[in-house]
Every structure is written in C-alpha cells, then in structure tokens.
Ligand binder design. Structure first.
Ligand code: HEC
Ligand code: HEC
Length: 289
C-alpha cells in the first residue's frame, strides 16, 4: 500500500489528509467483517420489506408477497381452540347446573371458562379477586344478598339486579330520609339499633328507641332479628359484613337514601355456556351454598 498522506508519527498510522486547526484525522477504515455485515443487513431488510407487511401507506400498508397476517394467525388459533372445546361446551350446555360438580373434567372446564369470563366482564365492578368494593359485594364470602346456591347465583347473573330485565332481582328499600318517612332523630335511632346488632352501638338508650322503629319499619324486609331476607334482597345486618360500610355515617346514609345498587343482566350479552361457567366459578369462590 502506498501511503499518499502524511503518517502520524505517534501511532504510525496514515492520516486522511483532512486537517482542522492543526488537528488531523487518522485513516482507520471500518473493519471488513463489519462492513459486510452492514451490507448484508441492508439486503436482508429489503428482502423483508418485500415478503412481509412493512411500510405504512395513507390508508393501508404494504402487505408483502407472503401475505402474512398476525390477525389471521390469531383468528385461526382461536377457532382451533373453540373447535377443540366444542365437545365440552356441548356437554356443559346439556348438564344441569347441580350436576356439573359430579364430573371433574367438566367442572375443570367450567371453572377455567368462568374465571376467564369473570376477569373480562365482572372484575371491573367486583374486583379481580371478586373481593368487591363499597357498593359492590364481595363474592368470596358466604354472605349472599340474593342467595348463594349455584342456581340462585346463576339467576342473579342472568337477569341482574334492579336491571331492566323482566326477571331481574328487584326490591327497593324505602328512601326513609329523602322521602321524609323518618326524621333525622329517628334515622339516627334506627342506625344506632342497626349498629347494636353487630355489637357496634355506643349508645344503648338511643338504640333502644331504634329497636321500636326497626320493628315497625324495617323488620318486614330485614327480618325481626335483622338477619336479612333473601327474597327481599335485604341484607343481613347482624354479621358485620356491609355492602355500603358499617360506620355510623354510612348506615345513616343507607337508611336515608335506600341505596338501590344495580347490576346489569348478562343473559343478553353472554352465551348460555359462559353464563353457566360464571355461576359455577362464583359459587366455587368459597361462599357457595
Ligand atoms: C356495573 C357493575 C357490575 C358488574 C360489571 C357486575 N356486577 Fe355483580 N353486582 C353489582 C352490584 C352493584 C351488586 C349488588 C347489587 C345489590 O344487591 O345492591 C352485584 C351483585 C352480584 C351478585 C349477588 C351477590 C349477592 O350477595 O347475592 C352476584 C352473584 C354477582 N354480582 C355476580 C356478577 C358476575 C358473575 C358478573 C360478571 C358477569 C358481575 N356480577 C358483573 C355490580 C356489578
Ligand atoms: C322494602 C324492603 C326494605 C325495608 C322496609 C328496609 N330495607 Fe334496608 N335494605 C333493603 C334492601 C333491598 C337493601 C339493599 C340495598 C342495595 O343492595 O342497594 C337494604 C340495605 C340496608 C342497609 C345497608 C346494608 C349494608 O350492607 O350496607 C341498611 C343499613 C339498611 N338497609 C337498614 C334498614 C333500616 C334501618 C330500615 C328501617 C328503617 C330498613 N333498612 C328498611 C330493603 C329494605
């Protein structure tokens, strides 16, 4: 190699001949292996653009000559999955709810389907672990407002609660405060009595007055002992489990407004196998009766 340019005397490397304010550049070309890899990747990229979907266009994208589509791949996989389940879905559809538990394989299928559907459709209100939030019941405990048998749960899910479905679970606690059925002092007394049912009252004299109101105004729905009546959707007030909170303020608010929580009906949205799976899944969470 003939050296056309000056050689740097420190490193012994030829310079490029460029000079900026006395600073000179050593002529150190990129290694050959690096350059070859670089060119190869350009060729690879062009090939890739041609065969695979690559470039965005105004309203579309270049689809590539192999016609590959992740969407189509996923759709085919989903369809294969559903086809593979067809037998179990048909079996579950035919089996009465109460008998599903007797068939371990069917039960396992229903549990998996129910768990998946629960995360999609129910977790937003009831929580991912079905633990509930204020106003949205915990579905893990054995405290059921509308009944805890698998049939009861199935019915609740199908038609909803105070939804617009004809067979919805329906009942309305009167709005004792808003509609002036009880005055403030009476509501306070009733609340104090309700708290006493779970040993939380701090004023026995006021609670005693509340007991009289409760007998007249509340017992028809919540039961003479406040243990709740499932047919009325009236919760048990003695177990320390609260849908709307068990502080004095929240109990007063429940009596004042009557609450009236709503759950949508799911029958119009989900197929019968999914609805059955959901009932079995919820029933299995721990509190099923
Ligand atoms: C938009 C919010 C919402 C969604 C979504 C929702 N729920 Fe509910 N759910 C509620 C509310 C509120 C209640 C309590 C209603 C009441 O009685 O005051 C309830 C009550 C229930 C009950 C009755 C509990 C009892 O103690 O009797 C069951 C069972 C239930 N939900 C299951 C489900 C399942 C299964 C799904 C999904 C398919 C679901 N919920 C989706 C709001 C919701
Ligand atoms: C017509 C039936 C009915 C009557 C009468 C009634 N309730 Fe209720 N009560 C209900 C229903 C139904 C609920 C549940 C509301 C919901 O789920 O949104 C409820 C809920 C409550 C709650 C909330 C419980 C919780 O877990 O957070 C309290 C407290 C309560 N009632 C107290 C009373 C008191 C006190 C009276 C009498 C002054 C009374 N209720 C009269 C039906 C009734």
């Amino acid at each position: 190699m003939t050296k056309k340019h000056e050689v740097d005397h420190v490193t012994g490397v030829e310079t490029t001949g460029h000079e900026w304010d006395g600073i000179k550049e050593l002529n150190k070309p990129l290694p050959r292996w690096w350059l070859l890899t670089f060119y190869a990747s350009i060729v690879w990229a062009i090939g890739y653009w041609i065969v695979y979907p690559a470039w965005p266009l105004a309203n579309d994208y270049t689809r590539g000559i192999w016609g590959y589509s992740q969407r189509a791949t996923v759709a085919a996989e989903v369809k294969a999955g559903i086809d593979a389940q067809a037998g179990q879905r048909a079996a579950l559809d035919k089996t009465p709810l109460a008998d599903v538990r007797k068939n371990p394989e069917l039960l396992r299928f229903a549990m998996a389907a129910g768990a998946a559907s629960f995360q999609t459709n129910c977790a937003a209100c009831h929580g991912r672990g079905a633990q509930g939030f204020v106003g949205y019941p915990n579905l893990n405990d054995d405290d059921w407002i509308w009944g805890g048998s698998v049939e009861d749960i199935h019915k609740t899910i199908l038609h909803g609660i105070r939804s617009d479905a004809a067979e919805a679970r329906n009942s309305a606690m009167p709005r004792f405060g808003i509609d002036n059925m009880l005055d403030k002092a009476q509501i306070d007394q009733a609340a104090e009595y309700v708290l006493s049912l779970s040993g939380k009252s701090t004023d026995a004299a006021v609670a005693a007055k509340g007991a009289v109101i409760f007998k007249e105004q509340c017992a028809s729905c919540h039961g003479p002992e406040g243990k709740g009546i499932v047919e009325q959707g009236a919760p048990n007030l003695t177990d320390g489990i609260w849908l709307y909170g068990g502080g004095k303020e929240q109990v007063v608010e429940s009596i004042r407004t009557g609450r009236g929580g709503m759950m949508p009906a799911w029958q119009p949205r989900l197929d019968s196998v999914t609805l059955k799976s959901l009932a079995i899944y919820v029933h299995s969470l721990g509190g099923g009766k």
